[in-house]
Design a protein around this ligand. Structure first.
Ligand code: AMP
Length: 143
């Protein structure tokens, strides 16, 4: 199964914030859409980074009461690790495990085509295993 198959099922929608938004804005976006990460995109449409709930949590250590004053650009990760539409889900999972990240923007023809989470990958693996189990059971039972 490919990353492309996950995005076909879940859609290509990627939520984004501006580098100048505050971390309080980020919390609002993450909570409103029930997601754990947003891409950071500037006014020219250029991707500048990624910000996740982990980054917000880190800032909470010292500035929990001032999240509205902290701009996204100070808390985001600029060096974004990405996957490709034709990556196998096993490769995408290895990439996320190696980098210790739970969110992976997916690129196609130089543009962001979607964003998958480690939860999406686990679900895809479970679905694939259930499908194979059903197939093997029918084969063993001679149907
Ligand atoms: P996560 O486990 O995805 O919540 O992210 C853990 C840390 O890795 C945070 O500092 C994120 O900003 C960063 N991070 C998450 N996803 C990516 C990614 N695709 N590329 C680079 N950094 C990331």
């Amino acid at each position: 199964m490919k990353v492309r198959d996950i995005l076909l099922a879940k859609g290509a929608n990627v939520y984004s914030v501006s580098p100048d938004n505050s971390l309080q804005d980020v919390v609002r976006v993450l909570m409103a859409h029930r997601i754990g990460a947003a891409l950071v995109v500037d006014d020219d449409g250029i991707t500048r980074g990624i910000i996740t709930e982990r980054d917000v949590l880190r800032e909470c250590l010292d500035r929990a009461d001032r999240l509205h004053e902290v701009p996204v650009r100070l808390a985001m990760t600029s060096d974004v690790v990405v996957g490709l539409l034709d990556d196998d889900i096993e490769n995408a999972m290895a990439l996320m495990t190696d980098h210790r990240i739970r969110h992976l923007p997916i690129m196609a023809e130089g543009r962001v085509a979607g964003l998958i989470s480690i939860g999406d990958l686990v679900k895809a693996c479970l679905d694939e295993t259930a499908y194979e189990n059903g197939f093997l059971r029918e084969y063993i039972q001679g149907r």
